[in-house]
Design a protein around this ligand. Sequence first.
Ligand code: APR
Length: 186
Amino acid sequence: MPSTQVQWNNCTVEVWQGDITTLAVDAIVNAANPWLAGGGGVDGAIHRRGGPVILQECQAIIRQRGNKPLEAGEAVITTGGQLPARYVIHTVGPVYREWTPQQAAERLAACYRNSLALLRQQGLRSIAFPGISTGAYGYPPEEACPIAVRTVREQLLTHNACDRLIFCTFSERDYQLYSLELTRQN
Ligand code: APR
């Protein structure tokens, strides 16, 4: 399937459909939980394919934070273990029903912003995002998608953050949604 592509500040931004754990980019983003404990969805897939080293690094991060969980919107980084990606950026999306729509939107935007800030700090140049919060955390994809695209666009135009950014979609419906939104915001 031909992927939709746009260029923002020398970064190629594309929509791709499939399993994020197969992507050989500098960093893939995990839709994690506050304790970085692993789980189902994209989190489960990343830990399964990446192997136990990722969970060990996650546990070390939680210990270093004085056994404090992450807040919605925060992001941290581990290596990629056995994954084709070199690093995993773990970010915690908002649980949709726990916030007002405005608060949820701010937290979701923070996930994308903080993940890209980590990417820059580490000197990495390519990244793939899943649809953070749009599975178990219940964020309607048609609300989450414009926020994801807008935040990424703002960050890329401000920071020249990377060379390649992939919106990794799992379902055909999300693929269409992101493709349309990318064209709309271009
Ligand atoms: N590759 C890409 N996208 C995937 C994959 C995969 N292998 N598996 C699932 N997805 C998609 C889902 O279709 C959904 O659109 O990722 C999106 C996010 O869904 P979840 O993984 O459920 O993430 P989220 O809604 O943020 O919920 C996080 O789920 O597994 C737990 O530990 C995790 O508690 C945390 C919660």
